[in-house]
Write a protein that binds this ligand. Structure first.
Ligand code: MN
Length: 255
């Protein structure tokens, strides 16, 4: 523990960005997962958070079910080509790097991702992010988050509208490819973040760590067929298909 405390102090001294300060208590993915080390135990039950297996789960709705927000052709190519490639490649990387899928969950793998190759990082992230993304949408969507989640959004962002604006900005300003996130951080607070490429807040290399509650894919492949260069319009329309019920259950599962 002496060592952990030292590392935590060093981590704080090394941190110049305010955004990093929220990572306090999450000094390593291992302690994050085991509830050992962090001063705050809010996210020690991260394992309670639904996580995908290594196989692609069937899409829980038809290709055209999210129209008009997301068109049929985009859903088909996104799931059958892009996401399928991540699922295939992460298994190749696991074989090459001796990761046993029977004993290592993808959450654990992501939490130790710095120990593996870029191929593992890109594809483990890509697989997790997409499997989660499909679950976070549903035909017709839910109009607003309910219950305890809405209360927390109001508390941590001021209002639902303020949260949405912040989340939209995270997606709009992500340069190149990446994701926008709503996470629950180590202090049990909600936070908006964005990551590049297929990184996510479960990764030990991520600047902002926490439990992913809501995720938005802002890669061009997620919207280009219908929206071309109009990423902001895609983001605005995406709210119409958000499955807030799933987001709320994720919020309740951790912390
Ligand atoms: Mn994608």
């Amino acid at each position: 523990m002496e060592n952990n405390n030292y590392n935590r102090r060093k981590f704080l001294l090394d941190s110049t960005k305010a955004s990093l300060a929220v990572g306090v208590g999450l000094s390593s993915a291992g302690s994050f997962l085991q509830g050992c080390g962090p001063t705050k135990k809010g996210l020690s039950n991260l394992a309670n958070l639904w996580a995908p297996g290594y196989e692609q789960a069937p899409l829980p709705y038809a290709w055209n079910a999210l129209e008009p927000s997301i068109d049929k052709e985009t859903m088909n190519i996104h799931y059958s080509k892009h996401a399928a490639a991540y699922a295939k490649s992460v298994k190749e990387a696991m074989t090459a790097e001796n990761v046993d899928s029977a004993t290592t969950s993808i959450t654990q793998l992501l939490g130790n991702i710095s120990k593996y190759t870029p191929k593992m990082r890109n594809n483990a992230g890509g697989h997790y992010n997409h499997e989660l993304f499909w679950q976070l949408m549903k035909p017709g969507g839910d109009k607003t988050p309910g219950g305890s989640l809405l209360a927390a959004i109001n508390k941590d962002f001021g209002s639902l509208e303020a949260f949405k604006t912040k989340f939209e900005d995270a997606g709009k300003t992500r340069f190149g490819s990446g994701w926008a996130w709503l996470i629950k951080n180590g202090d049990g607070k909600l936070q908006v973040a964005s990551t590049a490429n297929q990184d996510n807040p479960l990764m030990d290399i991520s600047e902002i760590k926490g439990a992913p509650l809501l995720a938005l894919d802002v890669w061009e492949h997620a919207y280009y067929l219908k929206y071309q260069n109009k990423r902001p319009e895609y983001i605005t329309n995406w709210w119409n298909v958000v499955n807030w019920t799933v987001v709320e259950s994720r919020f309740s599962a951790v912390g």
